[in-house]
Structures are given as C-alpha cells and as structure tokens.
Design a protein. Structure first.
Length: 242
C-alpha cells in the first residue's frame, strides 16, 4: 500500500480520535464532582460567594482582612487591623462578624480582645459580645446600641473624597457630615466592668445611664436610679451614712 493511501486512511481516523477525546474531556469536565475533601488547608483568606458572585462570608488573617463593604464595593477601613470572620447580607454589605487578637508587647504589657457583633442594616453594630484584657483591665460584656437610619456608606464616600488631604480638611469634612445628623447611643450593658463590678446598666434614648443593678467588687449589691445629669435619685438598699 502506498504512503499516500496510508496517509489518506490515517488522517480521518486520527481526526475522529481527537474529536472523541475532546468531547470526553468536555463532558467529564462539566460533570466532575463539585466538592472536595481535605485533611488540612493553609490559607490567608477564604471568600464565600453566591453563584452570582455576591460576597457573603470572609475568613481572613490579619494581613488579608478586608475593609468595609457596601453593596459589593470595598472601602478602606480607618482603623481595622485584626483577624476573624465577616458576614455580609444579600446585597454584599457587611452585617457583622467575629474578630479576635492578643499579644504581649516588647515592654511586657498585654493586650488581648475578642468581639462578636451584629450590625444594623447599612449601619454599625447594635448587639455585641466582647472581652478585653490587659495587665490592669479584665472586661467582658454584652452591649446594645441605638443606631441612626442614615447609611454608613455616606460617611465612607466623604472620607474617600478627602483621602490624602490634610487632617484639617478631613476633620472639617467629617464635622460637616455629622452636623444635624442623628448619633448612635448605648442603651444597655450587661457584664463585668474594668472596676471589677458586675452590673446591668440601662440607658435612656440619649445614652445616659438611668438604672443600674450592680454588685460592687467587694460583693455589695445595689439598685440605683439616676437623673438626666447622672445624679443618684434613689438606691436600694439605702446607702449607709459614713
């Protein structure tokens, strides 16, 4: 058989084999398992997204921790430097998280913390569970806040516009932004304060403490009521005369 006949017979077969291999690769590629199992993974950051790409959860190291997200857009955070988890709502906006850290400084001082928060829609945290430790401070508690209805994204846009400007320009822009806007106020705290007392502290809508149920560091219990200026108006049991 001549070489030309061999070539004419081989080429169609060869082309058919390549087509079959390509088709098989495509089929198996589209039907491959979409889950995997690992004994151990080392990563600096994991992003969990919806099928449309919307970010829903970030697990990150301190070095890769994200900024503030609003509707999928990331803004630079002014002072966040930590590791932990961040949760995002259906629109890709930050809605809470868990952060933690702790270290001993070169001078021997200790600084440690943990913080679980739940955010108001497009605002900051309204419920937190947190701890703080240092050489002289051991604090842990639950806090509830009132937050305004304006979106924090508005503030991020202001800071973005003045980025790189002198501090005086930034302070003026931030001052103008908050002028006339409703502010946040703490409403309740339950926990151990830096004084060593454990207490339930209830505040009025302006954030002023009005009712305190407390056990002092020496074990003395008390129920106290305060006026708008912070003056004690009633106590049970009554304070003993000194």
């Amino acid at each position: 058989m001549s070489t030309s006949l061999i070539r004419r017979g081989f080429l169609p077969v060869y082309a058919g084999v390549l087509t079959a291999v390509f088709a098989l690769s495509v089929i198996t590629g589209f039907t491959r398992p979409r889950t995997a199992s690992f004994d151990e993974i080392d990563v600096e950051r994991i992003n969990v997204r919806e099928p449309d790409g919307t970010l829903r959860l970030v697990v990150s190291s301190k070095a890769q921790f994200p900024g503030l997200y609003f509707e999928g857009r990331e803004y630079e955070h002014p002072n966040r430097s930590t590791a932990g988890l961040l949760f995002f709502n259906d629109e890709g906006t930050e809605s809470g998280g868990l952060i933690y850290g702790g270290e001993t400084a070169p001078d021997g001082s200790v600084d440690a913390y943990s913080h679980l928060s739940f955010d108001q829609y497009e605002q900051d945290q309204v419920l937190t569970l947190s701890t703080a430790d240092s050489d002289s401070l051991h604090k842990a508690g639950i806090s509830v806040w009132d937050r305004p209805d304006w979106s924090t994204q508005e503030l991020m846009q202001v800071l973005e516009r003045v980025k790189g400007q002198p501090d005086s320009v930034t302070r003026a822009a931030v001052g103008d932004f908050f002028a006339g806007r409703e502010s946040a106020h703490p409403r309740m705290y339950i926990g151990k304060s830096q004084s060593g007392a454990v207490s339930v502290r209830l505040n009025d809508p302006e954030g002023r403490e009005r009712l305190i149920l407390e056990v002092a560091p020496d074990g003395t219990p008390a129920l106290r009521m305060l006026d708008e200026e912070g003056n004690e108006t009633a106590r049970f049991p009554e304070a003993e005369d000194s």
